[in-house]
Structures are given as structure tokens and as C-alpha cells.
Design a protein around this ligand. Structure first.
Ligand SMILES: [Zn+2]
Ligand SMILES: [Zn+2]
Length: 460
């Protein structure tokens, strides 16, 4: 498809929404023109509508919302919706006690809800069990007084249905068994349907954390009812589905890559893929509230978030590792470099011994230098290593689990259609004892041909 040529026509902001007349813009992640005013989605070539994402809860609260109230946090701006009998004494996002209660300002009408199944006690128990699998977590993260503050939230999620078309490129390798590898360029177009892929509509909780406690079991999904609210707080969405098209596009692309890998497992011995462009059509969305136990913990000027799935009990979060663990890592690092340091000083010592006539003076000099470098090591290198280890520590804090696989949301009842246009690329030699291929043969061959050409020019 040559849609790139057509897109240029619209990049000059000249396209108007056929639905409402607002300016529409090309979203490259889903390969469609999007009207963020009315939610219309259109094909770039024809301006044909291919989907629609509706706006929600923008109207004034009606009388049926009189049974609810909202608390607004003075410090971080979080808004918590709950029934009139549930009060809030602190904000679970920033810990601030200054919450202002008021009647609902805007409608609050989700389509669906999964009610809480996991009690607060069970959530804390599951969290503790999960922390026990992580090494060197500071005590502050398991103290009962802290965990007592874990709060039950209904988090707004957009559940997206869509027809996806993704172009996937990459390379595939087949081991011929005779020390050669056949290489292929992978070029595929895959079409599939996804149902109810959840996207967190709340900026206050990171998408990664939410994906980590997925999947939710949709068998408990019921029409929304205010009766599920007492004792819990619902978050208002602050990202509408149309603002999330980039994130949606990225996730659908990764699903497509996964599908290609899954279906190609038997065709190639090794495969690497990347998405080369996507289109998504027939978008539809549902506004669902999903139950999550959530807590922000402040530690050494940083905020760490933990979450427990309120339906399945799965716990996840980001955690630092303790000072003791950091120190242990420093010692480990020092011992790693110690042999090298000793070797260097031994060589220097040997050189001194060789060139010196009056050994006494040189030995003194050498000892002085040894002492100075050791001191330098202590004052310069140890902090350097500490810093390095602290950086490692940062990477290690990300203990958040991975998002669930493609299986959870792909509609396997429909046809998953894959067009293959894989091209044979070349044969390469397998290097003994590793799965690295050796392409030098081909470089060599190319060079020889070039050399041959030059020689031929000379000896014509
Ligand atoms: Zn429009
Ligand atoms: Zn707050």
C-alpha cells in the first residue's frame, strides 16, 4: 500500500473532519486520520470513516449522581469518587491529609465493573509474599503501619476492540545442518482482531504497573452499579481513549510481532522481527472500572508504587534494594578489580627492583606510591564504584512484572490472516561452537571481486 504518498497531502493541516469540520491529524501509530474533537477515525486515502471513539463523562452530573461525592487532593490534585457514606482521610497517591469533599462536578457513568474480590488483608498478605521473592528490600516496605494505608481503587480502563493490520519485517534463519545457515528477509502482513485490551486511563498510576498486574478475568465483568462503590474509591479517567492512540498502537504492534513469531516458530530456527507500520479499524471502546489495591511509599526522596490486583490478587511494584545490599555489591565489585590492581602494582614493583641499585631508597619510594594509590583508590574509586552500583541498584528496583502476552486479548474465534512475502537473502557459514553466523566469507568475496575488477583494469 502506498499510503505514505497520500499522507503528505494531509500533513499540511488541510484535512477537515467529515463529521464535525474540525482539523484532523494523521496518527502514524494506527495509520489513520483522527479527529480529537468528535472522536472520528478516517482512512487517509478516501476520508472514509473506519471507526469512532466516543467522548465520555463530559456533561454535568445529573440527579442520579446525588448519591456520590468526590474528594479532591489539595496537594497532588487527585480526584476520588465514592459514595456519600465513605469518607477519605488521606490521599493514597501523595499521602496528604488535606482532601476537599464536594458533590460530583461531572457525570460518572462507567459501562462495566469488576467488583473487588480480594480483601485488604489478603492484598497485604499477597504483597508480602511477593516482596519475599525479591532480595534486599528495605524494611520500610514491609512495615504494617505503612501497608495499612493500601487503598482500594477502581481504576478507569478503556477496553479497546479493533481490527488490526500490521506490516512486520525482520530476518529469519534456517540451520541447514551442514554448517551453513540460510537467511531470509521476513515481510509479512498480519490481520487480527483484539477484544477488550485494557488501557489504564489514569495518569496517577503508571501504565507499566497496571500492565504488570494484568490480566483481569473478564468473567466477573458486570454492568456498572453504584452499589459496588462503598468502602472503595473510584478514579476519574484523565486520559481519554483518543489521547491514548499512540500507546494503543504500540501495544497492538507488539501483539502483531508476537503473533508472527508464534506462527513462524516451526518455519525458522531463529527469528527477529519489528513492526513496520500499522492500521487499526473498527475501533470501539468500553469504559470499565477494574479493582486495584494501591499504595505509594516514599523512601529516600523517591516514591515507589505497589499494586495488588483486586480480583486475582497478583502483586507487583517497584522496589529499591537495601543499603546493606548496595554495600555488599560494592565489596563484590572491589574484589573483582583487586586482582588487576595487585597485578599492576606487582609489575611496577618488579620494574623498580630491576632498575634500582640502592634498593632501600626505591623500596621506600615504591611503598610510598603504593600507599598513595591505595588511598586514591579508597577516596576516588570506592565512591565511583558506589555510584556505579547505585545505578545498578536503580535498574534492580524495577521488579515490575511484564505485561501479559498476546493470547489474553486476541480473538482466536476469528481468522488470523497472514500474508507472507519472505525473501531468500543469503547463505552464511556457521561458526563452530556458537550460534553466531560468520558473514566474512561474503565480505571477502565482495572485496575479491572489487580487486579483480581493478586488476582487470590494469592488465587489460
Ligand atoms: Zn470530528
Ligand atoms: Zn494527593
Amino acid at each position: 500500500m502506498n499510503w505514505n504518498d497520500d499522507v503528505d497531502i494531509f500533513s499540511a493541516n488541510s484535512a477537515k473532519c467529515p463529521g464535525c469540520g474540525s482539523n484532523i491529524f494523521f496518527n502514524e501509530k494506527i495509520g489513520r486520520l483522527v479527529c480529537s474533537f468528535c472522536g472520528g477515525i478516517f482512512t487517509p486515502e478516501t476520508l472514509e470513516p473506519t471507526g469512532y471513539i466516543e467522548k465520555r463523562d463530559i456533561d454535568e452530573a445529573g440527579e442520579e449522581e446525588n448519591n456520590k461525592q468526590e474528594f479532591v487532593c489539595d496537594t497532588c490534585g487527585a480526584t476520588l469518587v465514592t459514595d456519600y457514606n465513605t469518607s477519605a482521610t488521606f490521599c493514597a497517591f501523595c499521602g496528604s491529609p488535606s482532601l476537599l469533599g464536594r458533590r460530583l462536578t461531572k457525570q460518572f457513568r462507567p459501562d462495566l465493573i469488576i467488583p473487588f474480590k480480594v480483601s485488604k488483608e489478603q492484598a497485604i498478605k499477597n504483597y508480602r509474599a511477593w516482596v519475599a521473592t525479591q532480595r534486599g528490600v528495605p524494611k520500610a516496605f514491609t512495615e504494617s503501619a505503612t501497608l495499612e494505608k493500601i487503598t482500594g481503587f477502581y481504576i478507569p480502563f478503556w477496553m479497546i476492540d479493533a481490527d488490526c493490520t500490521t506490516l512486520v519485517g525482520g530476518t529469519g534463519q534456517i540451520d541447514n545442518g551442514d554448517n551453513t545457515i540460510a537467511n531470509f528477509f521476513i515481510d509479512r502482513t498480519i490481520r487480527f482482531h483484539v477484544t477488550k485490551v485494557p488501557f489504564d486511563g489514569c495518569k496517577k498510576i503508571s501504565d507499566i504497573l497496571m500492565e504488570a498486574i494484568e490480566p483481569f478475568d473478564y468473567k466477573d465483568l458486570v454492568p456498572y452499579n453504584d452499589l459496588y462503590l462503598p468502602g472503595f474509591y473510584a478514579q476519574r479517567y484523565d486520559k481519554s481513549a483518543i489521547d491514548m492512540l499512540d500507546v494503543i498502537g504500540i501495544r497492538l504492534d507488539s501483539y502483531a510481532e508476537n503473533l508472527v513469531k508464534q506462527f513462524s516458530a516451526s518455519e525458522y530456527d531463529k527469528i527477529t522481527t519489528s513492526s513496520a507500520g500499522s492500521f487499526a479499524d473498527n475501533f470501539s471502546q468500553l469504559y470499565a472500572l477494574l479493582p486495584v489495591w494501591f499504595l505509594n511509599i516514599k523512601y529516600e526522596d523517591k516514591t515507589y508504587s505497589i499494586a495488588v490486583n483486586g480480583q486475582t490478587g497478583e502483586a507487583s511494584g517497584s522496589l529499591p534494594i537495601s543499603k546493606a545490599q548496595v554495600n555488599a555489591n560494592v565489596v563484590k565489585e572491589v574484589f573483582r578489580w583487586l586482582p588487576l590492581y595487585l597485578c599492576v602494582t606487582a609489575v611496577v614493583a618488579a620494574l623498580f627492583a630491576l632498575v634500582s641499585i640502592d634498593r632501600g631508597i626505591y623500596l621506600q619510594l615504591f611503598l610510598m606510591m603504593f600507599g598513595m594509590t591505595s588511598l586514591a583508590g579508597l577516596t576516588v574509586f570506592i565512591p565511583f564504584i558506589r555510584k556505579k552500583v547505585r545505578f545498578l541498584k536503580f535498574n534492580q528496583t524495577v521488579t515490575i512484572d511484564k505485561a501479559p502476552g498476546v493470547e489474553e486479548y486476541i480473538d482466536y474465534s476469528g481468522k488470523i490472516d497472514m500474508e507472507k512475502k519472505d525473501l531468500f537473502s543469503h547463505i552464511s557459514i556457521k561458526v563452530e561452537g556458537s550460534d553466531q553466523e560468520d558473514r566474512s566469507m561474503f565480505r571477502l568475496k565482495k572485496r575479491t571481486t572489487l580487486l579483480e575488477l581493478i586488476l582487470r583494469q590494469f592488465f587489460k
